[in-house]
Design a protein around this ligand. Structure first.
Ligand code: FMN
Length: 395
């Protein structure tokens, strides 16, 4: 790991139209001095408060604001989103936060935010206290947090109006410390291999009909992306899910539980960390008919057999140093049952979540690790994925 975690990092610095743009100059200088490569994206109105040449001189890099300027074969927002490792927004004004929360794409800075995909977003708000505490701003901040944005500040202190209160932009020194910490975290899985097993399975009765469940694959997607963001080589085994992760190394698509088991057994031995969050069918038809069963007026009975438990199969083949985490989808929150499952399946961690988490962007969950328990209430699955990795790495 490099001593200076900011060195060589590609940071896209988005700026709203706030008086604390003057502090952003110090922030920019600090980032550049530590070796970060910073491109600056001004809102159209930020450009009315500060002159772009201040930023271009400090960053020795591009300063952009015009969505329609110099397209270079690729729209600016696409190019910037593909380039950036981090989208840092300072100052995040009340207006800009609400436009991000609404998903507006009315100028380059908002369109780029919408194009970020898996790139992390850090917001540094700055505004008068009444603006910060206004329900509209609160709502926008909550929405952005739910979607995984990280906030630095605001702090309490002197404001542009001359009053004291909440809304002061965090000091550049603190922002740099937090970014250093953030990028250090990004290195915590460098050189490691991660296997995430995700999505539903389909158990075919005949050539067209199958038993399945409503797993969307959202949780698995975020766990894989977070693993990849932290530097791991990620393999993703997935059933027929509705979402797929971005930027990972290998995706293996499977359909039925037995196929998922075979692929998991194939890839798990190489993995340092295995996370099983697939909603694997517990039962599969005893017989599969290899054509479409014609409709007739008879009642049919389908005989089902129990499938093999994938995580138990993997932990029974465990090699030294491997870490196994699994999910348990339950009707309620039965911690005793979850603990029993964790020990029966030989897991290091189990994440208990209720059936209501299926097909949703948010979840409530309990993370159980040894005797320790952490509870999360209705958080975005992206945030939950980050916390799960924090817990796994905080061995
Ligand atoms: C001199 C000046 C300072 C301002 N400072 C702030 C500020 O610190 N925070 C904020 O949320 N709005 C501030 N505003 C209001 C914003 O500039 C205004 O809401 C603008 O529409 C925001 O544009 P943006 O979305 O591009 O940031 C300020 C306005 C002016 C004229």
């Amino acid at each position: 790991m490099s001593k200076n975690a900011l060195y060589g990092r590609r940071i896209l610095l988005g700026c709203g139209a706030g008086i604390s743009l003057y502090k952003v100059c110090y922030l920019l200088r600090g980032l550049v001095r530590r070796g970060a490569e910073v491109k600056i994206l001004l809102s159209e109105r930020a450009k009315r408060i500060i002159h772009p040449s201040i930023f271009s001189s400090l960053a020795k890099n591009e300063v952009l604001w015009d969505q329609f300027q110099d397209q270079q074969f690729k729209p600016q927002h696409v190019r910037l989103a593909q380039w950036a490792e981090l989208f840092l927004v300072a100052p995040a004004t009340a207006d800009l936060m609400t436009r991000f929360a609404l998903g507006l794409a009315d100028e380059l800075i908002t369109t780029t935010c919408l194009s970020m995909g898996g790139v992390p977003v850090i917001l540094v708000p700055a505004m008068e206290e009444n603006m910060w505490f206004h329900p509209a701003t609160r709502r926008s901040a909550d929405l952005l947090k739910e979607r995984g944005a990280i906030f630095i500040g605001p702090d309490k202190g002197g404001l542009a109006s001359g009053k004291k209160g909440m809304g002061r932009m965090a000091e550049p020194v603190r922002i740099i410390e937090e970014l250093t910490q953030f990028f250090r975290e990004r290195e915590t899985l460098r050189g490691k291999r991660v296997l995430v097993i995700s999505g539903p399975t389909r158990e075919y009765l005949d050539s067209v009909r199958y038993l399945t469940n409503s797993s969307s694959g959202i949780m698995g997607r975020f766990l894989a992306e977070e693993g990849s963001l932290r530097g791991a080589e990620v393999t993703f085994i997935t059933g027929p899910a509705t979402v797929m992760p971005c930027g990972i190394n290998k995706t293996v698509r499977v359909t039925a539980a037995d196929e998922m088991l075979r692929q998991a057994i194939k890839y798990a031995p190489k993995a340092d960390y295995v996370i099983g969050c697939a909603a694997v069918a517990d039962f599969t038809p005893e017989k599969r008919v290899n054509k479409k069963i014609p409709r007739d007026r008879q009642t049919r009975e389908v005989s089902l057999k129990v499938t093999e438990d994938i995580l138990s199969a993997l932990t029974s083949r465990r090699r030294k140093g491997q870490y196994f985490a699994g999910f348990s989808l339950e009707n309620g929150f039965d911690l005793l049952r979850a603990r029993e499952k964790m020990s029966r399946k030989g897991l290091d961690m189990i994440i208990l979540n209720p059936v209501s988490s299926m097909e949703r962007e948010t979840a409530s969950a309990w993370i159980l690790k040894g005797r320790a328990v952490r509870r999360f209430h209705n958080v975005s699955k992206k945030v939950l994925a980050r916390e799960i990795w924090n817990e796994i790495l905080n061995k």
